[in-house]
Design a protein around this ligand. Structure first.
Ligand SMILES: [Zn+2]
Length: 114
């Protein structure tokens, strides 16, 4: 499900952020549980419309949330408070990008990527 209520702010062009490799006009905000394999993850958003872009974009490789994973991204969550999703660890942090399934994620769908 797409969430259209959030207006994306301009992508920061500073030394903390890698150059954006896609057209921001293609980006959309979806629930974390709806991120699909190959989608490009740009950042996260909250229900108040605030958007926080990651320092670099990465390609989502969703996998089941594993509460026993000790990567540093998963073990900050208590599985009993789930559901959580794991967008994969093929990213700049080298740990799983796990989060509550209802969090909002800024992505560009794989279908829009060349
Ligand atoms: Zn992990």
């Amino acid at each position: 499900m797409r969430t259209n209520r959030i207006e994306l702010p301009p992508y920061p062009s500073d030394e903390d952020h890698a150059p954006l490799l896609v057209d921001l006009a293609l980006a959309e905000v979806v629930f974390a549980r709806d991120v699909a394999d190959g989608d490009l993850v740009l950042g996260i958003a909250d229900l108040f419309g605030r958007v926080e872009y990651h320092n670099d974009q990465y390609t989502a490789r969703p996998q089941p949330f594993d509460p026993t994973c000790q990567c540093g991204g998963c073990n900050t969550y208590d599985a009993a408070e789930g559901p959580f999703v794991n967008l994969g660890d093929d990213n700049q942090w080298q740990v799983c990008d796990s989060m509550p399934a209802e969090w909002l994620v800024v992505i560009v769908r794989a279908a829009h990527l060349a």
